[in-house]
Ligand binder design. Structure first.
Ligand SMILES: *Cc1c(COP(=O)(O)O)cnc(C)c1O
Length: 227
């Protein structure tokens, strides 16, 4: 079996195991294969194995690969930092954006989303580390940002995303994921209808699934170490 499909099968199996371990419905956690820095042919191998959702962080290489893989029916997720001058291409070429952390970016994505496409699916990136990371909306600004995004007609706010600093200890890994989960519950208690928690990467998907992840973003675990 080629290496990528072999690893992909392992990750599918792991996700199923963790869903069972933590009493989640089988296949309720979506795997986003993070294909940044990987070639179109690596992605194609994953496609042929049945993977359809891919995450990219760098716009230009993503656009090249999206074009090369047009023959497949794929769902592209933008997961990287967003500068204002990149919003048009993101709005035109992606289904999901996980990394919205300020209103100005959301407004631009809303204006630039082509009207013949369904609303762009949006996750707010939350800063669970406060001082150590510059990106991500702070918890105390979350309700305001979510309320503002909710009014934009060409966006559909689906949930929250976080990239916590890595911890080796399982219980320590769970803490920021639990905070993110609680933040979504609080928003839903205020009338939002959010259903997506994008959290967990190659080394911490078990903790993320334990805390209710609905999307995990795995790169290295599928494609091997990045150069
Ligand atoms: C690179 C990246 C991932 C994947 O990380 P791995 O450790 O390779 O699984 C997940 N999420 C984001 C936002 C990333 O930039």
């Amino acid at each position: 079996m080629p290496e990528i499909s072999h690893r992909l099968q392992q990750v599918y199996n792991e996700i199923l195991d963790y869903e069972e371990e933590f009493s989640k419905k089988p296949h309720s956690v979506n795997l986003i294969a993070v294909s940044k820095t990987r070639s179109a042919s690596d992605i194609e191998e994953a496609c042929k194995f049945g993977q359809t959702q891919f995450g990219e962080s760098y716009l230009q290489e993503a656009l090249d690969k999206i074009k090369q893989l047009q023959a497949y029916d794929l769902e592209w997720h933008f997961i990287g930092p967003i500068q204002s001058n990149k919003t048009r291409a993101i709005a035109e070429n992606f289904t999901f954006v996980h990394s919205v952390d300020r209103l100005k970016i959301a407004q631009r994505l809303n204006e630039q989303r082509p009207k013949n496409l369904p609303p762009l699916q949006i996750l707010i990136q939350v800063n669970t580390n406060n001082e150590t990371s510059k990106s991500g909306c702070h918890f105390d600004e979350l309700t305001r940002l979510a309320s503002a995004i909710q009014t934009l007609p060409h966006l559909k706010l689906r949930g929250l995303m976080a990239i916590p600093v890595h911890e080796d200890d399982f219980e320590k890994q769970r803490l920021p994921f639990r905070q993110l989960h609680d933040a979504m519950e609080q928003l839903n208690g205020k009338g939002f209808k959010l259903d997506t928690l994008s959290m967990g990467m190659s080394k911490d998907i078990r903790a993320a699934i334990a805390e209710g992840a609905t999307m995990v973003r795995v790169g290295t675990g599928i494609f091997g170490a990045r150069k």
